[in-house]
Design a protein around this ligand. Structure first.
Ligand SMILES: C[S@@+](CC[C@H](N)C(=O)[O-])C[C@H]1O[C@@H](n2cnc3c(N)ncnc32)[C@H](O)[C@@H]1O
Length: 567
């Protein structure tokens, strides 16, 4: 024991070192039979094969490979010497092991690390659970960026997929368990493009992270991807199955050749033509067909923007006393202190001349159609000077503050909740949606609140809990005539009016849901004239509200470059 340090403190220090170690190396070992057995079943194993485990840890997959009974040569790499010692203890000479950084070491070629250690240049099978989400020091991140330009290097598992795909023999098969984010997020598009153009995906399973013992990510699920390296290019008729499983028993059934989970078979070539090549499919054919056929998306008819971050919300944001807000993070203030008059153009741009001036602000939360003002923001001259100059603050997309628009919370639970912004400032927990024409505000409010739009977003575009502006922009819209737009607008007004009066709107929302689903699924309109399709011809960056065209907003973000690119 270390003199002078309490045992509890020592335990804490030891745990911190272990956590840190786990965080750097991502040493979450795959001690799950359903997962391992499923992966073994997809590798088409047989005697005589060479198999690589590129981040072997203490050998969870080596154990599974041995248990198949086939006589294969198993090669293992890992950069953690302690894990390799344990592997040696467990499996002795039955495996060939080398300590290496699988993604940064030069592996291939005569002078490469593999050849120098008697490893083959390529392998028939590769299996594993590569590290993900680990902490990277500055040097490692810089080296990875240099070695893998254009790729998202923060999630090292993606680099493992790339690296190991190179190490596969033609006709070889790889099976990895990794987070499911690479299937859909924009940053991983280059990886998807390589996989879809050069490999044949055999099966993609998505599963909740809680099925992996000891892991439960809030932000994403897991995916088991199995792919084959073709001898030439992938067959243009190649199809694969996307299967969503929720229970370990479903994996066990699949491993035993029994169908389980919800599955969709897709043509690989078709995924290449999807927006951003997202490898995701809905089990509902109507969602799939709308996604494929979509000609018009939310981003074509509206600007989707993220709002302000004050840099110090505790100081600059208050809740209004008596409003139903959760937590005690924010101080509250009486409703009588809220400045709810209209501001002059000068006040909107430069702030109100007062020590403190509290104006309504829109924040996230599960509101639909209307959001009562529960929050206020300091809009005094000095507060605005702070938002513009503080390094943490983001006075972004300020041209869109005080405008009519719709808010969609950045973090959603199960469905999209859209509400009117009503000329308030909005913060970065909300994506502000600003239709390019005033008359589209109400129909969009109805469409976004319908379950069909949620399914398009969650099942086709982005299944994670985060609705960034970039994802929302991609929601397909139905082709509508002016008449239909007007009709949906009237429903939106009615629901908003009733909700403001505290009345139940279940019947109206249900009817709107059905109508919108029908509009999405009908074929093309007999004529394209008079629809909002002519929005395509307008300049996407020009606000179409007449008042803004006549008098552009006089202020701009303090960090012009960043604010322009920030959606
Ligand atoms: C998630 S664990 C998986 C271990 C094992 N495959 C399993 O499934 O039980 C990830 C492993 O990758 C190793 N690792 C992390 N970064 C690595 C790198 N750049 N090169 C090789 N191994 C690495 C860690 O030491 C750890 O053993």
């Amino acid at each position: 024991m270390t003199a002078g340090v309490k045992p509890s403190r020592l335990n804490e220090m030891a745990r911190t070192v272990q956590d840190r170690q786990a965080n750097v190396l991502c040493a979450f070992y795959t001690h799950s039979d359903p997962i391992r057995n499923y992966m073994m079943s997809r590798l088409s194993l047989s005697d005589g094969l060479s198999v690589l485990e590129p981040a072997c840890g203490d050998g969870a997959f080596v154990e599974a490979l041995h248990s198949t009974g086939f006589r294969m040569t198993i090669w293992c790499l890992d950069k953690d010497p302690a894990a390799l010692d344990r592997l040696h203890e467990r499996f002795g000479q039955t495996v060939r092991v080398h300590r290496a950084d699988t993604i940064l070491s030069p592996l291939k070629g005569g002078s490469g690390l593999l050849a120098r250690n008697g490893f083959p240049e390529r392998f028939d099978r590769i299996v594993g659970n590569p590290p993900y989400g680990g902490w990277l020091d500055y040097e490692t991140r810089a080296a990875l960026k240099k070695a893998f330009p254009n790729f998202h290097v923060r999630e090292t598992y993606a680099l493992f997929i790339l690296r190991c795909f190179e190490l596969l023999n033609n006709g070889g098969v790889l099976s990895f368990i990794v987070p499911d984010t690479f299937l859909t997020v924009g940053a991983h598009r280059p990886l998807r493009e390589i996989l879809l153009k050069s490999s044949e995906l055999m099966e993609v399973i998505t599963l909740p992270s809680k099925l992996f013992p000891g892991v439960a990510f809030g932000y994403s699920g897991l995916c088991i991807i199995t792919l084959r390296k073709p001898f030439a290019r992938p067959d243009s008729k190649h199809k694969f199955r996307l299967i969503s499983v929720h229970l370990a028993e479903e994996l066990t059934a699949l491993a035993g050749g029994v169908d389980a989970g919800i599955s969709v078979t897709v043509l690989q070539r078709q995924i290449l033509q999807r927006p951003d090549m997202r490898i995701w499919a809905s089990a509902e054919p109507e969602i799939e067909s709308v996604l494929h056929a979509a000609k018009l998306r939310l981003g074509d008819v509206a600007e989707c923007k993220t709002g302000i971050y004050t840099g110090d919300n505790r100081r600059f944001i208050r809740s209004i006393a008596g409003s139903p807000v959760r937590g005690e993070y924010y101080s509250s203030l009486p409703a009588s202190d809220v400045c709810d008059r209209s501001l002059s153009e000068g006040e909107k741009a430069r702030g109100i001349s007062a020590l403190e001036a509290w104006i309504p602000i829109v924040k996230g939360g599960s509101h639909r159609f209307v959001q009562k003002t529960s929050w206020v923001l300091d809009w005094s001259v000095s507060a605005i000077a702070f938002y513009r100059s503080d390094t943490k603050a983001r006075f972004q997309n300020s041209d869109f503050y005080f405008r009519e628009g719709l808010g969609v919370p950045m973090v959603t639970s199960t469905r999209i909740n859209a509400f009117l912004i009503e000329q308030r400032v909005f913060d970065q927990s909300v994506v502000g949606i600003f239709p390019k024409r005033q008359e589209w505000l109400w129909p969009l409010l109805v469409i976004l609140n319908c379950s069909f739009a949620t399914k398009l977003l969650k099942e086709g575009i982005n299944p994670t809990a985060n609705n960034s502006a970039n994802y929302l922009k991609k929601i397909p819209l139905p082709n509508l005539t002016h008449e239909e737009l007007r009709h949906l607008g009237a429903i939106g007004r009615l629901i908003a009016r009733k909700r403001r009066a505290g009345l139940n709107t279940d019947a109206e929302e249900q009817a709107a849901n059905e109508q919108v689903a029908e509009l999405y699924q009908r074929g093309n309109l007999p004529t394209m004239q008079g629809t909002w399709l002519d929005a395509h011809s307008s300049d996407g960056n020009t606000p179409l509200f007449p008042c803004l065209r006549e008098r552009p907003h006089p202020y701009e973000s303090k960090r012009r470059g960043r604010s322009r690119s920030a959606p």
